[in-house]
Each structure stands twice: as structure tokens, then as C-alpha cells.
Design a protein. Structure first.
Length: 251
């Protein structure tokens, strides 16, 4: 087991940077086991003066899963971004080994820092990457995913694509999580999967609605458009599941 200290936290043992209560909060430095060193400065863990509760805030691009002993309370802190609300509604339902901490969210955990760890869940992260890709691609075409999924065909496409993002775990190459395997499993090149077929059907409906409303033809959102966007952000996507180690409070 390799143990490595993340950068960005070593000098913050007495600082309250990023903590909700600067008067009493103490930033907890983090370390990582079993993975390459990572900069986790945007993943904030704070504890109160007595060390009996933990504040966690996720400013990274990844979904972390919080793991604690049984019966430990975990309460939301602040609001939940719209994209996260949609993701929670549309993601494929499955049992997780803990509580998700999506990008832009924060929680308070009724536990000491030593009892709290975080880890990447491969299936959940692939679902988030797929959902994030859908959002970024439609934004590049001047659309808004929350508005698009009011259309039944887009609702179906989001559902089938998130399910496809889950099934990729069964692929042999999934352990190394290369972008090309992910694109192929979604059917963004061939269009031959349910995800690809549903995206094309949703695009046909989108263009037809524009025609009915007398608008000019819209920038295309075909499966190949999603594939092109996936390749443009491939390093970001590939990096997500390289964080396979466990993150814990540095004692």
C-alpha cells in the first residue's frame, strides 16, 4: 500500500480557510492511500473546536463517497446546485458504500475526522461524467439541459445514457477508464446503443420543434457531437477515476 500526502493542505493545520465558521473551524489536512499524489486543496475538511463533527465541502470535479461508521449522521450544508439536483433524480439507482458528495455540495458529519474517509466509486463517477458531458455539450450548442429534459425524448435519452455509463464497469478496459471505451459504450460514434439511438431521436425532436416554432436550424446535438465534446475534455474525464485511493484525515 502506497501512502502519499496530498499537496495544498500540509500548511493548513491551524487555518480556517474554507471552513464555515472561521472563529472555531479548523482545516484538517488530508492524505491519500493507494493512489498517486493529488492536489486536494478544493476538497475541504474542517472540524469544530472539540473535534466532534466534520464539515466537508467539494470544490473538485469529482463525486466523492463519504464513508463513516454506521449510524453516523450526515446532514446537508447549504444549497444544492441545479445540476446536482437533476443528477440525483436521473442517475441509475444502486446501493452505494457511503454517502455521495457531488461537486459544489457540502455536508456536516457528526463524527471525528479520524472516522471519516472519502473514496471514488467507479460506477457513480462514470454516471457523473456522462451527465456532465450531456450538460457541457448542450451548453456548447446554446441550450440548457434542465430545459431540454422537459422534452420526453430527452428525458429518455438522459436515463438511457446514465444507465450506459453504469454498464461500462463490465467492460474489460473499465479498470483503466480510457475515454475511448467510455465513448464506445455510450454509442456516441456508432449510435448503435440505446443511449445513441435515444440521443438521435431527441435531436430529431429538437430540430422539429425549432421548425414548428419558425426558428432557424439549431446547432446539431447528434451523438457524434457528444463524442467530439468527450474527446475535447478527455484528459479531465480520464483523470477522474485515477483517484482510486482512500482519502483520510492526516493525523
Amino acid at each position: 500500500m502506497i501512502t502519499s500526502t496530498t499537496t495544498g493542505c500540509d500548511d493548513e493545520t491551524t487555518q480556517a480557510t474554507g471552513c464555515p465558521d472561521a472563529a472555531t473551524g479548523r482545516r484538517v489536512p488530508l492524505s491519500m492511500t493507494g493512489g498517486p499524489p493529488r492536489d486536494l486543496s478544493q476538497l475541504v475538511m474542517c472540524t469544530n473546536g472539540l473535534g466532534t463533527s466534520v464539515f466537508l465541502s467539494n470544490g473538485t470535479k469529482f463525486v466523492w463517497v463519504i464513508q463513516t461508521p454506521e449510524n453516523v449522521g450526515i446532514d446537508p450544508h447549504g444549497g444544492v446546485p441545479t445540476d446536482v439536483q437533476l443528477f440525483r433524480f436521473w442517475k441509475a439507482k444502486r446501493t452505494l458504500p457511503g454517502t455521495p458528495l457531488e461537486p459544489g455540495t457540502a455536508v456536516t458529519v457528526s463524527s471525528s475526522p479520524a472516522q471519516v474517509t472519502l473514496q471514488i466509486d467507479a460506477v457513480l463517477q462514470r454516471q457523473w461524467a456522462t451527465f456532465d458531458l450531456l450538460g457541457k455539450t448542450v451548453s456548447a450548442a446554446g441550450e440548457n439541459l434542465p430545459d431540454l429534459i422537459k422534452n420526453d425524448k430527452y428525458k429518455k435519452a438522459v436515463t438511457s445514457c446514465l444507465e450506459a455509463g453504469t454498464r461500462i464497469v463490465g467492460y474489460g478496459a473499465a479498470a483503466r477508464y480510457d475515454t475511448q471505451t467510455w465513448i464506445e459504450s455510450l454509442g456516441l460514434v456508432s449510435g448503435g446503443t440505446i443511449c445513441g439511438i435515444d440521443l438521435q431521436a431527441a435531436e430529431n425532436e429538437r430540430q422539429l420543434n425549432a421548425l414548428r416554432e419558425g426558428r432557424r436550424p439549431l446547432p446539431e446535438l447528434t451523438p457524434s457531437a457528444f463524442a467530439q465534446k468527450a474527446r475535447s475534455i478527455s484528459s479531465e474525464l480520464d483523470d477522474a477515476l485515477k483517484a482510486v485511493g482512500r482519502i483520510l484525515a492526516k493525523g
